[in-house]
Design a protein around this ligand. Sequence first.
Ligand code: NDP
Length: 448
Amino acid sequence: MKSFALLTKFLNTFELNHKDQPEFFQSVQEFFSSILPFLYDHSKYQDISLLKRLTEPERIIQFRVCWIDDSGKTQINTGWRVQFNSSIGPFKGGIRFHESVNISVLKFLGFEQTFKNALTNFPIGGGKGGSNFSIKKKSKVEIERFCQSFILNSYKYLGANTDIPAGDIGVGYSEIDLMAGMMRKICGDSSCVFTGKSLFSSGSQLREESTGYGVIYLTELALNYHHNESINKKKVLISGSGNVAIHAIEKCIQMGARVITASDSDGTVVDLEGFNIEKLNRLKFIKKELNGRIQQYSEEFGLIYLKDKSPWSISADIAIPCATQNEINEVDAEIMIKNNIKIVVEGSNMPVTKKAIQLFQNYDILFIPGKIANSGGVIVSVLEKIQNSTYSVWNKNKVEKEMKKVMKNSYRTSIKYGEEKKKVNYVRGANIASFVKVADAVISQGSI
Ligand code: NDP
């Protein structure tokens, strides 16, 4: 009872103090609600100052980013770096460039990242950064100027042993290369401050593919564990058409699954025959080289295009959201349940709302949270850091083998903490396992 009262009091105050930060409150509420039974049984963690330390970022840096557009005008955006928790190791987490970026979104991402990173068992803390700058309709030169200015205004706070960023929405290897290059130029130091670099700039094999591939690897593990089945021949819904989505589709094709949707913020393409390599290569080209949209892709192949719609009303076996937060709400979940969806796996961060997760769990639909499923990216980032620091270069097989080993371990740990009455609550399992790791470090380091 004590833990329930304590948590209720903490969350009520937290909500009052974060009324203007809905995404951050959502992630904190979901996290702590899921571990309540564990807190109940462990008096060591029933301490409001511990909960406060875990939810208050160590530092937030906000800065102005000025850049000159192609018409010669000065443009101004806001940049942030949220250094959430470094009790296990240096802050580590992506940079997001998107018009929807604000402090609430970055705090939720930094909070989630802290626990996702802890679950990998690597000695890394959690952080996140970004800007409300959109790369859409920008020329290559404008993006270069923006990236350089972003680093000019934030380099003092980053470092190989302090804060190590990577990519996220709107930031792929080309933006990372530009930022890593500027960092090296200013500091005169070539240590690995950024991960997610291209192979030209000493990135790791498989980093680009890692998050999407890892999501499918985890889907296969879970299908195997619970249903003794494989992803082969399954019908899959994927949202998004960026880095995570494209590589998830690629891995599905390699493993014989039929991906029947992809999307962007304007709409969804439906292809009941499923993607093949030729179609996927064309989608990659349209997105990367032509800066194009899903609508253009669907028109080229004469496919169904659902304007302003997400993929979730289409009938399939597996759903893998890979675009952004809060993509699946309870209305979507009800439709998916009626359509007999078998498993929902989070490729993006917090894509499924709390009510929708609850519905999936009530109907015994396997639900795998992003903390386990999309950790392939951060895992290969650490492998990139290891390679850079030891002046070594690993081949693709070695990187993939190591990534799978770490993911399997996180998966098993989540089962250990999430098993209840012959079922597994993966949200609870992943959250408890990572909470214990971060909370123990915070407690052992005292009131700092
Ligand atoms: P990209 O920028 O490469 O792709 C993002 C995709 O999501 C695009 O198709 C984009 O469409 C769509 N999208 C973005 N915002 C919205 C929105 N508000 N509504 C609908 N669609 C939207 O990003 P990533 O693929 O790298 O990241 C996708 C998700 O995966 C994010 O949640 C990210 O945090 C998470 N993730 C990424 C990792 C990585 O290694 N890259 C690692 C772990 C998690 P549009 O072009 O129309 O905006």
